[in-house]
Design a binder for this molecule. Sequence first.
Ligand code: FAD
Length: 389
Amino acid sequence: MTQGLKARRSADVLIVGGGIVGAACARAFARQGLSVAVIEPGPVGGGATAAAMGHLLLADALDGSATAQAEHGLTRRSLQLWDAWLGESGANKGNAEAAELARCGTLWIAADKAELGLALRKCAWLNERGISAEVLGADALARAEPMLRPGLAGALRVPGDARIYPPKVAARWLNQARAEIIPGRVVAFDGHSVHLADGRQLWGAMTVLCAGLASQRWLPPGSLVAKKGHLAITQHYPNSITHQLVELGYQSKAHAVDSDSVSFNVQPRPGGQILIGSSRQFPKPGQAEDEQIDMATLQSMLAHACSYLPALAGMNLLRCWTGQRPASRDGRPLIGAHPEYPRVWLATGHEGLGVSTALASAELLAELSLQAPPTLSPEPWAPQRFFAA
Ligand SMILES: Cc1cc2nc3c(=O)[nH]c(=O)nc-3n(C[C@H](O)[C@H](O)[C@H](O)COP(=O)(O)OP(=O)(O)OC[C@H]3O[C@@H](n4cnc5c(N)ncnc54)[C@H](O)[C@@H]3O)c2cc1C
């Protein structure tokens, strides 16, 4: 029997979904000497990954909540792994260039005195943990980013944050993992194998479900929710902004579990394009998620961006698009064993931080599934929490 299974094995690890999380998992297992196959119905790095901004950011946990603390730990570990990968030498030299890395840092913009107070508290919290951050007053902010509107109170600068282009990274990780890409859509699992929509069956020692929002099919109802986001990109305007610019209230808006919002969040792209975000929308009751551009939301997002960066109003937009963030019901990704399918592991539900946290998620999943001591506590992410007793 074992002999028969071995002969039919497609790869040691079958990975369902070739987004940034699936690609990171492929890399993590390949680094342990295992062969990986990635089953993906569309392009590698499609899905939410193709829609993302590619901002690699550190989440703070000043509010002291358990979710924020866990998220801080996951982003912090992941950024360490990103730094290591981006700086790799030898055969992997060139990762930073391939990823279109820019060490732009983040400026968390404080609009008024109250927000400047928050910036100071966040700065102290980060510095106490050995993380480089500084507060810029109004004049220093105006010098750092002259296009911002006058009258802002200042900003928290986190220089370690960066920007990359996620689809290219996903493709490179799969390439470095020597992953076999199998075009197809998974419709079922049965312990040793996965079944594809076209009737094929693939065999592996374990399956890792990284299908983003589509993972919902194998989870209790309502575990994942689509948070739609709009983005727009301008034509080339060299010498405009140099940092990722985000309003200080962004994190609390992003954590909202039931209300739509727009935030000021813009990024300098190569050649002077400006990527403008962002919005968060939940599907209306009784309606399925859709990819349509919602003109009212787009207009409100752009007007909000212009209120911080007035010069945007005179720039031409090249393209607008939407993406669906795969959000879990409690705002924490699901990383760990699937409670109902033997040998099936989950890495999904990363909402708006999936690019930043992909590497630490993959590291943790590989450690848990291969019974190695975990670098981070697995408890906050355990999928079991969504499976009622
Ligand atoms: C507008 C927007 C901006 C964002 N900006 C950022 C940012 O700046 N920084 C950040 O860290 N994160 C950001 N995110 C979040 C990030 O993009 C996601 O968390 C991340 O891409 C999720 O990756 P994933 O691999 O889980 O899902 P996906 O990228 O959606 O990949 C899932 C893959 O699974 C495949 N699939 C689906 N069903 C099946 C099936 N049955 N069989 C096989 N394969 C299947 C899909 O085709 C897809 O390729 C943003 C998201 C959006 C929408």
